[in-house]
Design a binder for this molecule. Structure first.
Ligand code: SAM
Ligand code: SF4
Ligand code: SF4
Length: 372
């Protein structure tokens, strides 16, 4: 923490070649941070652009016509992404998730998927490669992504009611096209597919039970996400967060539920199953029940900044290091340092920290910039 109470991602940021430690380290595959959390997940944002303007993520007032998105040469190339991912895998990463912005807008994404799927863990296992998408182009892209080696997709869908969904995506995009994309993805074998619904009070909380009813008994796992205070542009207010406990109690009143044990330690979503055997749902309670103690994620932004927390105010400039000519050994040493020094637990400290961030004028990164 700084003197203002703002959580820092790490004591210092790597910005250029002069920051690289002289003593080089070999990856052990078992990197642990200051809280003994291993490095297991890598989320890569492949574009900062999106064809939606979800009110909780890229509100039009800020991401309007004049908003300056990144130029092509600012983006990490597929080779740079694969290089970074290979080093992260040597340090223990087993899952890679492609996100954005809207990842399906990145031209030739299947080529990147193909390159990443050639990576192996130090003991020779395949890497689990997944994608989070708004589903708008999934009907067209699902097969080619599957062929390239993509294992699973998560699709965001906030309502089944066209008027509500359009009010949330703010670009008049219909529900039916997303549902069609989900079906196609399922048919080509990109499952089990998870459906993410961000619940915002006063906007789509009335759709919680209809969504549960719709997906109950289907091959899809519906997950309810608490509206989070990511970035500074979505006008977050605690009153607009619908606590997961409220979601579970509303569903349970009509469709009885029971809690299920987690699949693995560190699973972000708490699982519940229908008592009549109609499958399961999940809740991601980032606001009301933080899970920093089991957070094993690192995120790389579209232009190659590495963030050790979704709520960080700064990142390590790995693109500058790579384009400056650093070796793989140097990059690997930098990653070892970053993870070893990681202290993040923003959600655990949320209430105090959010107030302090507002007071200091420090800007948190946006969800559309780093991905979920
Ligand atoms: N465009 C893709 C999509 O919507 O799935 C991928 C990127 S999006 C930033 C990743 C996830 O973050 C989505 O499931 C989205 O609903 C979620 N998200 C965005 N802003 C959020 C917020 N303020 N609170 C909670 N979840 C949010
Ligand atoms: Fe785009 Fe996804 Fe953000 Fe919606 S949540 S604006 S689809 S990046
Ligand atoms: Fe991880 Fe989120 Fe906690 Fe940051 S706030 S350490 S991203 S769980």
């Amino acid at each position: 923490m700084t003197e203002n109470g703002v959580p820092e991602s790490s004591p210092h940021y790597f910005r250029d070649l002069s920051d690289i430690p002289v003593e080089l380290e070999t990856p052990t595959g078992t990197a642990g941070d200051t809280r003994n959390r291993p490095l297991r997940d890598l989320r890569i944002s492949v574009t900062d652009r999106c064809n939606f303007r979800c009110v909780y993520c890229m509100p039009k007032q800020i991401f309007g016509r004049d908003f300056e998105f990144m130029e092509r040469d600012e983006l990490l190339t597929f080779e740079e992404i694969t290089r970074l991912a290979g080093i992260a895998v040597a340090h223990g990463v087993e899952k890679i998730r492609l996100t954005g912005g809207e990842p399906l807008l990145r031209k030739g994404l299947e080529e990147l998927v193909g390159m990443l799927s050639a990576l192996k863990t130090p003991d020779g296992r395949d890497i689990d490669i997944a994608l989070t998408t708004n589903g708008s182009a999934l009907d067209v892209k699902a097969q080619v992504l599957k062929d390239a080696g993509l294992k699973r997709v998560t699709v965001s869908l906030d309502s089944l009611d066209d008027a509500t969904f359009k009010a949330l995506n703010d670009v008049d995009f219909p529900v039916a096209k997303v549902l069609h994309g989900i079906e196609v993805a399922h048919e080509v074998g990109l499952g089990p597919i998870k459906i993410n619904m961000v619940v915002k009070r006063g906007q789509n909380d009335q759709d919680v039970v209809p969504m549960a009813r719709h997906f109950k008994g289907s091959p899809y796992i519906l997950r309810f996400i608490e509206f989070m205070d990511v970035g500074t542009s979505n006008g977050w207010k605690m009153e607009e967060v619908v606590p997961s406990a409220e979601v579970i109690s509303a569903i349970n009143a009509e469709l009885p539920l029971e809690e299920v044990v987690a699949n693995y330690p560190g699973e972000t979503s708490a699982r519940w199953s229908y008592r009549d055997g109609g499958g399961e749902i999940g809740v991601i309670s980032s606001v009301t029940q933080s899970f920093c103690q089991s957070c094993t994620r690192v995120r790389v932004s579209t232009e190659g900044k590495l963030f050790t927390c979704l709520f960080a105010t700064g990142g390590h400039d790995l693109r500058a290091l790579m384009r400056g000519g650093c070796s793989d050994e140097q990059l690997s040493t930098v990653m070892a340092h970053i993870w070893r020094e990681r202290t993040d637990r923003y959600s655990d400290l949320r209430s105090a920290a959010t107030n302090d961030l507002r007071g200091t004028g420090k800007k948190k990164i946006e969800m559309s910039y780093i991905g979920g």
